[in-house]
Design a protein around this ligand. Structure first.
Ligand code: LER
Ligand code: MN
Length: 280
């Protein structure tokens, strides 16, 4: 497994949910120094990034961008897939499609989190689902030929009222039949919504493509009460070998949080490697 950390450009709105909201070059260098393998880029629009410069900073540090996240398309610009207005839905699809084209250049996945939208008052869950599925299909039609995975994230009921559990997301992925659609579990949301970490991961094991990690209080792992040793054993048991990316509050300050997450998660992964059969 590889370690990632969520970052955003300095001009991202303060509500952007990342550890470092700063000059991208500085954040990438800081993350590399702390031992991360990659940075998840939180963007609202592909035009926020100078691709040539970004590729240069990644090459200089040996870092990757495993994922572009899209929460600000929803939170800052209010574009989402279940919106009653088709023009707004299409604008959300266009934003995600732009992020997909950028992701193809970086070998990244694109996250579909809160941009899925919510069930509006007066709408039925079936109507919200059909709008969502239509937008997802339009994005998948762009992503699939570019070999970009769209990773759909279950988000807990206190943040959104649609697609809260891994099972609900899996149902939509399977119904779409698109091979570029995958599952992106987030431990914080799972801790609220799932009755069992093991049950949810095992049911989705063929689809888990990326994982957000945080402790139960959204602080860095180790500063809450999740049992990470057990969770990483489950990830190992299902054969997961992708990114685990810290999506945590920048508290008490961004560097302390990022340092704690890197040290704690590296230790955890090291411990697991030692218990694997055949490992020295
Ligand atoms: C986004 O990845 C997420 O997990 C949300 O909780 C952010 O509000
Ligand atoms: Mn998340």
């Amino acid at each position: 497994m590889k370690l990632g950390i969520a970052i955003a450009p300095a001009d991202a709105p303060p509500s952007t949910f990342v550890v470092f909201r700063d000059d991208l070059k500085r954040s990438i260098e800081r993350a590399a120094d702390l031992g991360y393998d990659g940075v998840e880029l939180a963007l609202r629009d592909a035009s926020q990034v100078d691709l040539a410069a970004l590729k240069g900073w990644l090459a200089a540090t040996g870092m990757e961008v495993p994922c572009i996240s899209s929460g600000q398309v929803f939170a800052a610009d209010h574009l989402y897939f279940t919106h009653p207005d088709e023009e707004i839905r299409q604008a959300a699809v266009a934003r995600i499609s732009g992020l997909v084209v950028l992701a193809a250049e970086l070998g990244a996945k694109v996250n579909i989190g809160r941009v899925r939208g919510f069930i509006h008052d007066g709408d039925t869950p079936e109507l919200a689902r059909s709008r969502f599925m239509s937008c997802l299909e339009r994005c998948a039609a762009v992503a699939e030929p570019l070999n970009v995975e769209l990773i759909v994230e279950p988000v807990n009921r206190y943040e959104i009222n649609f697609l809260n559990t891994c099972a609900e997301v899996l149902e939509t992925i399977k119904a779409s039949g698109r091979s570029c659609l995958k599952l992106m579990p987030d431990l914080f949301h799972m801790n609220i919504e799932e009755s069992s970490f093991r049950g949810a991961f095992e049911a989705g094991k063929e689809f888990v493509a990326y994982v957000h990690v945080a402790d139960n209080n959204r602080l860095a792992p180790g500063w809450g009460q999740l049992r990470f040793e057990e969770i990483f054993q489950i990830l190992t048991d299902i054969g997961y070998d992708g990114y685990i990316t810290a999506e945590i509050l920048p508290k008490p300050d961004p560097v302390s949080a990022a340092k704690q997450a890197a040290e704690y998660l590296s230790t955890m992964l090291g411990r697991l490697a030692q218990t694997r059969p055949g490992c020295a």
